[in-house]
Design a binder for this molecule. Structure first.
Ligand code: F3S
Length: 65
């Protein structure tokens, strides 16, 4: 199963909680905004991180399809 990560850049406020919970999935730019929009995750361990990072975002900027 593949997960497609979508990040609403209009909602991301640079809280970096996604990267704290999913350090191997979520990448931040130099200003701390999430830059993982469009990333496809297949590895099972990374899928878990992807979901944890999504749930950690208070802005609900991350969705996973
Ligand atoms: Fe942005 Fe939410 Fe991560 S605000 S940096 S997507 S925790």
């Amino acid at each position: 199963m593949e997960l497609l990560i979508r990040v609403d850049l209009g909602k991301c406020s640079g809280h970096a909680r996604c990267a704290a919970k999913g350090p191997d999935v979520y990448e931040l730019d130099e200003e701390g905004f999430c830059r993982s929009d469009g990333m496809v995750v297949t590895d099972e361990a990374l899928r878990e991180q992807a979901v944890r990072g999504m749930r950690a975002c208070r802005e609900r900027a991350i969705t996973i399809d």
